[in-house]
Design a protein around this ligand. Structure first.
Ligand code: NDP
Length: 454
């Protein structure tokens, strides 16, 4: 894949970048390896100081950095600014809490005394996607730099300017050479790096295909991997839900980030008695969305990240319609330049239809009616994915009972699946394994060494 900035709003090529050569990548891995020998000896205070400095620089340059995000992948500018703030919050969170999370953990064995000491494992490779170009990197880099590991980041080929800007922030904050390195290379070459003996672990966020490629290399080479892949979150509306609130969040859950979120609400499942009311209100709000330039503050739905993404999504919709799905709203590419897709709602879906099992990465909602709670759970669980999910009800105990039965890594009651620094993030089934963020996110690439005293 060419490494390029293409304006998703116009499909104009703005800038091309040359891939790093084999010897440049080799040098980068060597630098990260040498940097590790020193970085692992530094104090938590020093590591926290670096993360705080990067966070401060991010906030200082918020407008500029948000502009890069919007230009390269089409996110609405206000949401891009929100992403910069969230990313800085994640850096601060690990700077503030990392030492506490990594403190010796006393054990109470039957014989002797023992404790667990946390230590870094070395150079890590992070393969990151374009949909949240700063946030995805922050949640990988911040905990691992705090642990004392050094990181190489292979970012998505369509966000090279964001990728370079993040590396520049670390340089500007005074990070020693090799602590954080951006690798301008293709995805295929990233998988090939996993076997390099100097690299000790790999974390990937992206598609199942990319995840499987990286994880199989990691498996062959006996290395730890963390995968955060796709999702097809169910958004369940029970008959006692606060309907207006449910509808508001349904729209946000589906079209936040122009619909390109792994944890977007994708399958809307309503109990029969309130299904008509929900779908009427949801359809009205989806139809009223203002589509346009993501730099314009009045825009509510921007383009997808690339023309290819829009073509693929329109094709999924068409294949679903050909297989018997009904289009309740939209269903086509609008007649305008750029990587746009109409807000769309599909219904009459069943397992033979592509949209039933496939992830829809854009503003396309699937709508289902069910007779009761059990049918809602069965449908929610009939998915290859297991990332997040939501339940809307005014009866929190009922919500908790249902949450327990959903086979995903996260369930939110009365809210779409969301993220913040102090909540763990990750999935089960085809959505991957391992966790990012919170205390759990600092725990993945550490040696938890037992020390026993007789
Ligand atoms: P990819 O999985 O292809 O891209 C994510 C990252 O993986 C990029 O850095 C990419 O590099 C890299 N990559 C691609 N192939 C390989 C490989 N064989 N080995 C190692 N790294 C690789 O996602 P796409 O951009 O193609 O999006 C396709 C679909 O993936 C989406 O429609 C969505 O379903 C899912 N996705 C999920 C995301 C999430 O947040 N969980 C985020 C993005 C996508 P390069 O850009 O150079 O190809």
């Amino acid at each position: 894949m060419a490494i390029q900035t293409v304006d998703a709003n116009t499909n104009q090529l703005l800038k091309s970048f040359e891939e790093m050569s084999v010897s440049q990548v080799d040098e980068a891995i060597s630098n990260a390896t040498s940097a590790f020998t020193e970085w692992k000896k530094t104090s938590y205070e020093k590591r926290a100081d670096l993360l705080h400095k990067v966070a401060t620089l991010m906030r200082d340059q918020k407008q500029y950095l948000a502009g890069l995000i919007t230009m390269e992948m089409g996110k609405l500018i206000a949401q891009a600014e929100g992403e910069i703030t969230l990313s800085a919050d994640i850096l601060d969170y690990y700077a503030d809490h990392g030492a506490k999370f990594l403190a010796d953990k006393p054990l109470a064995p039957e014989y002797g005394k023992a404790f667990i000491r946390y230590s870094p494992i070395g150079v890590l490779l992070g393969v990151e996607p374009w949909n949240f170009p700063f946030y995805q990197v922050a949640r990988f880099a911040a905990p691992n730099i705090m642990v004392g590991n050094t990181v190489l980041v292979k970012h998505a080929s369509i966000v090279p300017q964001c990728a370079i800007a993040i590396e520049d922030l670390f340089k500007e904050a005074g990070a020693p050479k090799g602590i954080y390195t951006n690798l301008l290379i293709s995805g295929k070459r990233a998988s090939g790096l996993v076997s390099d003996t100097r690299i000790k672990g790999v974390s990937l966020t992206g598609s199942e295909a990319a995840g499987a490629s990286v994880a199989s290399e990691a498996g062959k080479n006996l290395k730890k991997s963390v995968l955060e892949l796709g999702g097809s979150d169910a958004f369940i509306i029970l008959e006692d839900a606060d309907m207006d609130k449910a509808v508001e969040w349904a729209v946000v859950g589906r079209i936040n980030n122009n619909g390109e979120c792994c944890v977007a609400s994708k399958r809307f499942i309503a109990i029969e008695s309130i299904a008509d009311e929900f779908i009427t209100k949801f359809k009205d709000k989806m139809a009223a969305l203002v589509m346009g330039d993501p730099m314009d503050a009045a825009t509510q739905l921007g383009p997808l990240s690339s023309e290819e993404a829009a073509v693929d999504l329109a094709d999924q919709v068409q294949r679903s319609v050909d297989a018997g799905a009904t289009v309740l709203l939209g269903g086509k590419r609008p007649d305008r330049p750029g990587a746009f897709m109409e807000p769309t709602i599909l219904t009459d879906l069943h397992p033979g239809i592509p949209a039933y099992y496939e992830e829809l990465f854009g503003p396309v909602a699937s709508f289902y009616r069910v007779k009761d709670d059990q049918a809602a759970i069965d449908l929610a669980n009939d998915s290859p994915f297991g990332l997040g999910g939501s339940i809307f009800t005014q009866d929190i105990e009922r919500g908790k009972l249902l949450a327990d039965k959903i086979d995903t890594g996260m369930v939110f009651i009365n809210h779409p699946t969301w993220t913040q620094a102090d909540l763990p993030f990750g999935g089960t089934k085809g959505s991957g394994y391992g966790r990012e963020l919170s205390e759990l996110g600092i725990d993945e690439f550490v040696n938890k060494k037992l020390i026993r005293i007789s």
